[in-house]
Design a protein around this ligand. Structure first.
Ligand code: NAP
Length: 305
């Protein structure tokens, strides 16, 4: 069973920044990652708002570079799926598909994934009409008719983004007012986005790809059909914290409660990136968390001695 001073779960920008800082301060460090470096960022074709890249940067490439930079200072990557954790134990134990690992401090950087609607056919249509990120997949719908489901900031930003590419954009929301910031309301109107209020998607229509959706008006119960080439689901995100449930304090939505120091309710356990309670979830804020979490993990290790 290998032992590390700092073990990081999740290889997105938070995880690899934490690995860079931890390894660079001389700590025996590893990232446990189930797929490839970059996490959710790796699915974004162009990241325009990460400083230092005036022409934007490919998310997959940025993930690989972050891994390389951490590796340069000695951080290892264990390609494995974490299946269990004992975070209160001394040392802390992570059970993975590649065996057990122990650590003095653990940084949880597992991110969050888009909530699904849970409709029949949703998984099989992913990439063939169903999408969860306009910035990632919007280009595939250039000149097409699309719908965005949701009423929060993500849904509205997605609708505005798509309105620049698509022939027609509908915004489907289950209530009669948006959750999104008021600043966006006028922008939607100006962009020509048609809002279908009090509506929920009840069925996905398909041939080889999505061809349309069935809607239900939640007030009148009336059903209607909407032909569209794409449905962007933007109904919130789900933090990837199920494995740590009951061990680390979470908020009502399941995010790991931690302030800017990234310290969780469990001594020696830190939360970094999208999985942490915070207002703005971006690559830059995830990377910032990674640095912070490694700093406070270092402080924790020094105090233990
Ligand atoms: P969100 O704010 O939680 O909004 C989710 C939206 O989806 C809500 O309108 C909700 O409806 C709807 N919804 C939830 N479950 C649904 C279901 N099963 N079926 C249909 N509709 C459903 O999530 P988000 O938009 O992803 O934003 C997450 C956080 O990131 C927020 O704090 C947001 O402000 C922030 N964010 C900020 C920016 C920015 O500042 N530029 C951009 C994006 C996101 P109800 O309104 O009826 O609950």
């Amino acid at each position: 069973m290998a032992h590390y001073e700092i073990l990081i779960v999740g290889g997105g920008p938070a995880g690899y920044t934490a690995a860079l800082y931890a390894a660079r301060s001389g700590r025996k460090t590893a990232v446990v990652e189930k797929l490839s470096p970059g996490g959710q960022m790796a699915t974004t074709s162009v990241i325009d708002n990460y400083p230092g890249f005036p022409d934007g940067v490919d998310g997959f490439e940025l993930g690989e570079k972050m891994e390389q930079q951490a590796r340069k200072y000695g951080a290892e990557t264990i390609y494995a799926e974490v299946t269990g954790a004992d975070l209160a134990a001394v040392p802390k134990v992570l059970t993975t598909s590649e065996g057990e690992f122990t650590a003095d401090a653990v940084i949880l950087a597992t991110g969050a994934y888009p909530r699904e609607l849970g409709l029949p056919g949703e998984s099989e249509l992913r990439g063939r009409g169903i999408a969860y990120c306009a910035a990632c997949d919007g280009m595939m719908y250039r000149g097409k008719v699309v719908a965005v489901n949701g009423g929060g900031n993500t849904a509205v930003e997605d609708a505005l983004y798509l309105s620049k590419l698509c022939q027609k954009v509908y915004l489907i929301h289950r209530r009669d007012s948006l959750r999104a910031s008021a600043v966006y309301h006028k922008a939607l109107e100006e962009a020509g986005v048609e809002i279908l209020w009090n509506s929920r998607v009840t069925e996905l229509r398909k041939e080889k790809r999505l061809t349309g959706i069935e809607l239900e008006n939640v007030v009148t119960g009336e059903k209607s059909q909407l032909a569209c080439d794409g449905l962007f689901v933007a109904v919130g995100r789900v933090p990837d914290t199920a494995l740590f449930a009951g061990q680390v304090e979470t908020d009502g939505a399941g995010y790991l409660v931690a302030d800017e120091s990234c310290r969780t309710s469990v001594p020696g356990v830190f939360a970094a990136g999208d999985v942490r309670t915070k207002a703005l979830r971006q690559v830059i804020t995830a990377a910032a968390d990674g640095a912070s979490a490694a700093h406070w993990a270092e402080e924790y290790l020094l105090k233990r001695v």
